[in-house]
Design a protein around this ligand. Structure first.
Ligand SMILES: Cc1cc2nc3c(=O)[nH]c(=O)nc-3n(C[C@H](O)[C@H](O)[C@H](O)COP(=O)(O)OP(=O)(O)OC[C@H]3O[C@@H](n4cnc5c(N)ncnc54)[C@H](O)[C@@H]3O)c2cc1C
Length: 529
């Protein structure tokens, strides 16, 4: 048995690596253990066909905190972003193409409504203003329910931020947390196309009926992002999303952090009531002063810990955490650029270099949710598509392309005991058929593909029940409740065991925030020992 680390981090996802970077920078002796053969978790670039590389899971960046980028010197270690040309929305027989050019956008929206462009500007500004308050909380510890002095201070700081809002904006902030997406959209917009577009953007970060209270929370993801000072920006990453985690790993190594891949942890060891290290699948035991779990709360507490160390009441609460975003990823290697039915065929346009979303109308989105809720597949799924090779020549051979498709809602648990392993390639074919309506020549361009079912997300990438955020972003699963009031400040009921992944405040997405906050908590606790 080897002894001697200050901290072992279970999982080399972007949050585990962020925590590792900060702990290493503080002079601590740190070991990261990652079960896969590469670090990154859901933030990776992989070869899907010889010569074709793509962000296999997450595919766009916005939420990564500028502080993390700066403190971990990510740009020096190879991370850079690329702007796309716009957003192409396709709904039924209509399309809308939005760019950075406000005059162009006003004309585009005027094809559907005389008033909605102004409404969009007002709505986006309102979400930005509310997002400012939320953004400030991302790198702060959520206050404990068992309130102490430091919690009072952080509550006070939050109160000050809310106080800066006008009464009107406080009302809107409250509405964004509690209203249904449907009610908000109906309140703000008049044309079906614009309503469908906003509903679709909410649908993306959610797994709920649009009419359910609090289903508007994903609007915050539109606002809390910030890249190089540009609020709400979403961009691609040069070399794919894996460049973020490779840069994080490179920084951590430069601070002496050891990172071992192909090292699945079987158990977090508890001795004398405290986390004392880990037992690997290969039988090796490694000891440390503390353990940080980048794994989601269900996996951490229910799979990696002997249940006798947990209060049964706490374990019951963890079992009850709502998971599931019902997503799958289909990544394609293409020998050329597909035509898009609304634009001149055989010619590249800015829409190819854009975020392309194909979605049904609100009624169709609701049907998709209710179908998924009983294990059924959508007929007309929401597809979010990027072709990063149009702006990044490091990903595919010259003239060839890669396409990343996030498809929703595809349930983790299928009806009639069907198995994802049996149906996944048929489902990929169905998605390609559906995509062919908008991109008529897509099928003939495909030279390779990698279909990642919800079951693959769990089995291969370690996302329990395929939840993209390590637990849904519902009101009762956020902030001081994430993942549980007794584990929301990165410490857990097990002494010297900490959580550092998306299952803790402020939640999922490529933010680096849980890793940053957990590291700060660990550094402070270790100093006191
Ligand atoms: C399909 C999909 C698309 C997404 N798109 C975006 C997007 O475009 N933009 C965005 O901001 N967010 C996106 N997200 C969300 C975002 O990627 C995740 O919320 C975030 O990356 C999770 O990071 P993490 O470090 O907390 O956890 P993870 O990335 O899940 O890392 C956990 C790590 O633990 C490892 N692990 C698991 N079990 C063990 C074990 N026993 N021993 C050792 N290691 C173990 C895993 O292999 C993994 O590396 C997407 C997610 C999915 C699934």
């Amino acid at each position: 048995m080897s002894i001697g680390y200050d901290a072992i981090i279970v999982g080399g996802g972007h949050n585990g690596l962020t925590a590792a970077g900060y702990l290493g920078k503080a002079g601590l002796k740190v070991l990261v253990l990652e079960k896969r053969s590469m670090v990154g978790g859901a933030v990776v670039t992989e070869e899907i066909h010889p010569g074709y590389h793509v962000s296999t899971i997450s595919y766009v960046v916005s939420l990564l905190r500028d502080e993390v980028t700066r403190d971990l010197e990510l740009k020096k270690h190879g991370y850079s972003t690329i702007k796309t040309d716009g957003i192409l929305c396709i709904c039924n027989d209509n399309y809308l193409f939005l760019t950075d050019d406000k005059n162009h956008n006003r004309k585009e929206v005027a094809r559907f409504s005389r008033t909605d462009y102004d409404a969009m500007e007002k709505f986006d500004a309102m979400v930005q203003e509310a997002g400012r308050v939320v953004r400030k909380q991302m790198l702060m510890e959520a206050p404990k329910l068992n309130i102490g002095i430091t919690d009072l201070i952080s509550l006070g700081k939050m109160g000050l931020e809310v106080r800066k809002l006008s009464a009107k904006h406080r009302h809107r902030l409250f509405q964004l947390f509690t209203s249904s997406a449907y009610d908000l959209i109906e309140r703000w917009f008049e044309s079906p196309m614009i309503k469908n577009m906003y509903a679709s953007s909410c649908f993306s970060g959610n797994y709920a009926s649009l009419k359910q209270p609090s289903s508007a929370i994903p609007f915050f993801h539109m606002a809390v992002g910030e890249l190089d000072g540009e609020l709400g920006a979403w961009r691609l990453v040069k070399g794919g999303m894996g460049s973020i985690t490779q840069a994080m790993a490179s920084f951590a190594r430069s601070k002496g952090v050891e990172i071992i891949t192909d090292a699945p942890v079987k158990e977090i060891m508890i001795e004398n009531g405290r986390a004392s290290g880990v037992l690997l699948e290969n039988g090796n035991k490694i000891k440390a002063r503390c353990v940080l779990a980048n794994t989601d709360p269900k996996r951490t507490f229910l799979k990696l810990l002997d249940q006798k160390h947990l209060d049964p009441e706490f374990a019951k609460d963890i079992k009850q955490i709502r998971m599931g975003h019902s997503s799958l990823k289909l990544n394609l290697a293409l020998k050329g650029l597909p035509d898009i039915r609304f634009f001149e065929q055989g010619k590249e346009g800015p829409w190819h270099r854009s975020d392309i979303t194909i979605f049904p109308d609100i009624k169709g989105m609701e049907e998709n949710y209710f179908a998924a809720a009983v294990g059924k597949l959508p007929k007309e799924p929401r597809l979010e598509i990027v072709m990063p090779s149009t702006v990044d020549d490091t990903l595919a051979p010259a003239g060839h392309h890669v396409m990343s498709i996030l498809a929703k809602y595809f349930p983790y648990e299928l009806a009639d005991n069907a198995s994802w392993d049996d149906i996944k390639e048929d489902v990929a074919d169905q998605i390609i058929d559906y995509l062919s309506i908008s991109m008529p020549n897509i099928r003939e361009l495909i030279v390779g593909r990698k279909m990642i079912s919800p079951l693959d997300l769990e089995r291969e990438y370690g996302l329990t029940e395929a939840d993209i955020f390590h637990g849904k972003h519902d009101l009762d699963q956020l902030f001081s409740f994430r993942p549980h009031p007794e584990a929301a400040q990165y410490r857990t009921p097990v002494k010297d065991l900490y959580l550092c992944g998306s299952g803790v405040h402020p939640g999922g997405g490529v933010t680096g925030a849980p890793g940053h906050n957990a590291a700060r908590r660990v550094i402070s606790d270790l100093k006191k020992k």
